[in-house]
Design a protein around this ligand. Structure first.
Ligand code: CUA
Length: 172
């Protein structure tokens, strides 16, 4: 699914770039007395190509490795995450450290934000828990301990109290 999204996004970016390039080609004034307009057009072209190259470089640097790739393989541990007003149900709620864990997140009512925080209270990753849909996200916990799950999508009166815990135990 993510590979298709990436391909569609890249195709859309290429299409927009092609339109910009065509407009720029047709904008060349090329007549006497147009030097200011010509200079402005050249500057715009440089800015456009500069931003395109910069954008492509940023995309390549930040999307490799693709951050949403879901772990697969025999060693993967799956955790089913069910969200509801206002609780989390994790099955199982205990996973081994240094093992890829795939969270399958869904909701029984409204949209919730499944956010997992490390032992220092820093957000590690998050995905939406949506009704009628299963979102997959994987993570390998390096450190054993008690991790916290908080809801990151406002879901009503007790949104702030939608907290759960995930125990990461030493592998073995
Ligand atoms: Cu569930 Cu906010």
């Amino acid at each position: 699914m993510q590979e298709q999204v990436l391909a569609v996004s890249l195709a859309a970016v290429a299409a927009v770039a092609a339109v910009f390039a065509k407009v720029l080609r047709e904008l060349q004034p090329g007549e006497a007395g147009w030097s200011a307009a010509e200079a402005a057009a050249k500057l715009r072209a440089r800015l456009l190509w500069g931003s395109l190259v910069m954008g492509a470089a940023i995309a390549l640097l930040t999307l490799v490795p693709w951050p949403h790739a879901v772990a697969t393989g025999p060693e993967v541990v799956s955790v089913t995450v069910r969200a509801r007003l206002w609780a989390w149900e994790l099955e199982p709620a205990r996973v081994p450290a240094n093992t890829p864990v795939v969270f399958l997140a869904t909701s029984e009512d409204v949209n919730h934000g499944f956010g997992v925080f490390d032992l220092q209270g820093r957000l590690l990753f998050q995905t939406q828990a949506m009704p009628g849909w299963v979102n997959k996200v994987s993570w390998t916990f390096a450190e054993p301990g008690r991790y916290r799950i908080l809801c990151l999508e406002y879901c009503g009166l007790v949104h702030h109290g939608m907290i759960a815990e995930l125990d990461v135990v030493p592998k073995g």
